[in-house]
Design a protein around this ligand. Structure first.
Ligand SMILES: Nc1ncnc2c1ncn2[C@@H]1O[C@H](COP(=O)(O)OP(=O)(O)OP(=O)(O)O)[C@@H](O)[C@H]1O
Length: 270
């Protein structure tokens, strides 16, 4: 279990995160939600040991299964798999080679892959549906294909704690659901703690066991998904009204805007 206690991250004189605390259990998917700029990426980066440029962790503690997260980069990388936002790739490595790089924290000084490394690589390529792309250069893939390759690379590290920053952002609806299914399988079948940033609250409602809602001004609301997807809490955090409902047995979280006339705008409300 990941335990975040009273975490504060500052840049210059400004708090990017202030006193955030929650837990993310093994065997479960925890969604990290909140409005733009509230500090979701900063939080994931702090847990991964890669705080944003010029930012420092000023207070609080980060524990996994009751022990402080290691400070040594290699040791941390074995424990924490981190998929950052965006998928910039600069070298035309093949898809297979790119996924193999996810095994680096486990390899010796020569970086030679062992049979168990190949097994892990093949498992995650199959799970993410990219085995057909194996010999393609990553620079020649679509945004959604590349997103799945980068996910596979992180999964290949087989870290007990997985952090993913908006992994669904460039995926079509089918691949979004498949992605969440892959993350759920990692959590449930391999007893991993998965912490995933999502902006699609309906997807979060459908696929996350627990949610952490970061609030502007500091702090968070954390708990089982239905408890956090409370219209009053959401309105407080995002500053707009939400309807929380259900269709075809699937939860739906619908953001709304007040009528345009109330906002001094004349036509074409969403
Ligand atoms: N490189 C940077 N330089 C200065 N400020 C930054 C930088 N990156 C982020 N910030 C600021 O840090 C705060 C937290 O940003 P962060 O990216 O963690 O938010 P977020 O919740 O992930 O946002 P989003 O939903 O838009 O991705 C924001 O106020 C942002 O403007």
């Amino acid at each position: 279990m990941l335990t975040v206690r009273a975490l504060s991250v500052h840049r210059g004189g400004r708090a990017l995160l202030d006193g955030v605390g929650f837990t993310a259990r093994c065997g479960a998917v925890t969604g990290l939600i909140g409005p733009n700029g509230v500090g979701k990426s900063t939080l994931l980066r702090a847990v991964a040991g890669l705080p944003p440029q010029d930012a420092t962790v000023r207070g609080g503690s980060l524990l996994f299964d009751g022990r402080p997260l290691p400070t040594m980069a290699r040791e941390r990388a074995r424990l924490v798999g981190f998929l950052p936002q965006g998928h910039a790739v600069h070298w035309p490595l093949t898809v297979r080679r790119t996924v193999e790089l996810g095994r680096l924290p486990h390899l010796g000084p020569l970086g030679r892959l062992r049979p168990e490394d190949h097994t892990a690589v093949e498992r995650v390529m199959a799970a993410t549906g990219i085995d057909g792309l194996s010999q393609r250069p990553v620079t020649g893939l679509s945004g959604g294909e590349r997103a799945r390759v980068m996910l596979a690379r992180v999964l290949a590290g087989e870290a007990p704690l997985l952090l993913a920053d908006e992994p669904a952002a460039s995926l079509d609806p089918g691949h979004q659901l498949r992605l969440m299914e892959v993350l759920r399988a990692e959590a449930v079948e391999r007893d991993r703690a998965v912490l995933v940033v999502l902006h699609d609250l309906s997807l979060a409602a459908r696929c996350c066991d627990h949610l952490v809602l970061l609030k502007p001004g500091g702090g968070c609301a954390a708990g089982p998904t239905p408890a956090v997807l409370d219209p009053a809490l959401l309105r407080e955090a995002y500053g707009i009204p939400f309807a929380v409902t259900e269709a075809a047995g699937v939860p739906l979280v619908i953001p709304t805007l007040p009528p345009k006339s109330d906002r001094g705008v004349s036509r074409h409300a969403c």
